[in-house]
Write a protein that binds this ligand. Sequence first.
Ligand code: XLS
Ligand code: NI
Ligand code: NI
Length: 442
Amino acid sequence: MKIIKGNKQYFKGIRAIKYEGKESDNPLAFKFYNPKKKIGKKTMEEHLRFAIAYWHTFCGTGGDPFGPGTKNFPWSTATDPVQRGLDKMDAAFEFITKIGAPYYCFHDYDLVEEGATLKESEKRLRKIVDYAKEKQKASGVKLLWGTANLFSNPRYMNGAATNPDFNVVCYAGAQVKNAIDATIELGGAGYTFWGGREGYMSLLNTNMKREQEHLARFLQASRDYARRNGFKGSFYIEPKPMEPSKHQYDFDAATCLSFLRQFDLMDDFKLNIEVNHATLASHTFDHELQVAVDAGVLGSIDANRGDNQNGWDTDQFPNNVYELTEAMLVILKAGGFKTGGVNFDAKTRRNSTDLVDIFHAHIGGMDTFARALLAANAILEDGEFLSLRKGRYASFDSGNGRKFSTGKLGLSNLSALAHRKGEPEQISGRQEYFENLLNKFI
Ligand code: XLS
Ligand code: NI
Ligand code: NI
């Protein structure tokens, strides 16, 4: 990858971040993420496919419900909004190439601010997409996925694709059409739908069935448009149970699956699983991943972490090796990512106000994933974990157990066998042993 700086350098004094190994005490170096190191058949870089999230890293200035932003980004000072977009893109590609992430992700209006009219917005988008194309070409950085922001503008307060007013649905359609065009133009490997406002605040004023049918129609229409225009990548639905809506229709992986099956979308749509969304839904990250894998719809992941005491999407950078090892076990065992990757949907804290903090955050996240990848790979290569787990189901591998699992025994057969065999012997689940086995490799 080639480091590219724009007309102005934003991250002065910071060079390309290199792998220096565990013994290094350079805070601006990787201790575990060694992009070219082979783990099995792929390099670390190919396994993890890191992506930088445009919105958190280059747009979010740290505002919260109690106070304004705290971060004074030097790329946001121009008076002209298009110029601000171009400057931001210079900063983005300088950062992405210095940190060495092969991919990035964006919402339409992360790239350039929305204009006063749809026409003006489209004009701005075309300009910034042309610039992104140049930047991608010069650097070798690629687009992991694009998306449309259908939740910030007040027009979407009652929903976007699920809005009870058809006029708003049309507007959302225009935005998704533009975002799909941009994604295709930039060779994006995926296109994501996250429906923050696709849900409700009160069921009293909501016809849930109609709204969900409209959402399905919207997704079918988006897919048809994209496919007709040559998009070969994956579509992702990103589950989240709540926030900003009280209840979101894409609650968790299982809910999304049932929706995709009901509306015949399984061939084109996969899931983008986010750590903090999993925990908000009272699941673990690896649970959500496993649900997706078992249905053949593991697409991509949004990497971050929540907070054990706070019940909202805190979007902190990942730092929990144990949690990510459990996740990487599921991902590796499923054969890894195809079109997806690890997108850092995470933000530095409101009081982390220096530009170097963005580097520390990503270095930490990338190193944590690298450690988890190393540990999970070692666990799978060692094999004991897999064979122990498989062993728990051995009674279904032959004899009557096998007959049952292949549909050859009915309830009366089970009853007859129970009478003959008597009370089953107690068999330990050995959870602590499994936990210790994991620890051994971390
Ligand atoms: C918000 C979501 C959002 C999506 C993209 O919670 O994670 O950032 O990833 O719209
Ligand atoms: Ni996300
Ligand atoms: Ni999120």
